[in-house]
Design a protein around this ligand. Sequence first.
Ligand code: LLP
Length: 415
Amino acid sequence: MDSYTKQMHFFGNTNVEELVSKYGSPLFVYNEDILRRQMRRVAGILPNHRFTANFSIKTNSNLTILKIANEEGLNADAMSPGEIFVLKKAGFPSDRIFYVSNNVSEEEMHYALDEGVMVSVDSLSQLEMFGRIAPGGRLSVRLNPGVGAGHHEKVVTAGKKTKFGIAAQDIPMIHEIAKKYDLHIVGLNQHIGSLFMDFQPYLDACRNFLHYAEDFDELEFLDFGGGFGTPYHKLADEQEFNLEPFKAALDDLLTEWKKTSGKDVLFKMEPGRYIVAEGGVLLGRVHAVKENYGHKYVGTDIGMNVLMRPELYDSWHDVEIYRDGSPVVDGPRDTYSVVGNICESGDIVAKDRDLPVTKEGDVAVVLDAGAYGFSMSSNYNNRLRPAEVLITSSGEDVLIRRRETLEDLLRCFDI
Ligand code: LLP
């Protein structure tokens, strides 16, 4: 049996060893074909309706990947002025960017409005702020439909226990404030959470959301949010998020709603992970193999500064071991924790995994690292953020972000 990455021909005409020798380690590597395949899938979610998919760039804001998303016709959602700024640099025009703001300052709100970007507000107090800044303006309001979902309580973004969105019972207040400032609520948006494999909670939330939407007369769009999952346990045959039954069920719901409500609006979604997670892996060199009181460790340069998810959410990422450019698939196996080089006991990429017997000099390949990987990386312990490489559709490797240097650690100091 070949490794997953080998089966996918993930590394094109190059191989893991060449990549690490050429660009250093740790290294994020993306596969253009997989990225484009996922982008096309989301762009086609609602073929029978007016629909656009917004790529949620908090998952991955590499300029080259954003340019690919732009080429594939995706719109984008932004969560900060920085994301708006980078999206514009990647070529997204203002009218294809949606700013899903949360607890922002007046300056930030102004920035988005000056850039000509549609803004969604997330609370009654921010609706007031918008009204003061842009009376008579057009905006979207983020509702909390009372239903949430997600892989960890930290990523559930709707329901009764989250800071996000305006509760349904406050809808009359939304109308009052809108009236006070002559605001035009042209959009409603929601996002119930991240990484669900069962689409039922999403559909239930859409149903609630559509019901609330009937109270708004000037609607031009409805944005249902993202959250579609990625099979992180693919080596154990976990199946991918099944789009087809989801598409059919949502299509029925929306067709029915259009009939009963008499409204014809643009539908939007904000997927992120589904688009980029599987198209990225993280390579890290094994520098030590050790045993501590009966526990075996594979010591790599993949610190939690490079991949935060396991530390933050106990997230699972499958790991493959490569030696001399080829996956190690046969031979003896053992149980190891794959750990990084950061001064924290929680610096664990993968805990107690059954892996081939691993040696110094091997390369650990962490799967499904394309979403919330680099974008959540940091300089903790004054470690450098890694480089990013794209394997193009023709199989070539291209550097799409250089590795940081020691000098980069000083760039904000006046010395
Ligand atoms: N739209 C909004 C308003 C969001 O807050 C998010 C994610 C998305 C869209 C995209 O969600 P996705 O399709 O990627 O699930 N760092 C966590 C996930 C945090 C998600 C935050 N919001 C992780 O690594 O699992």
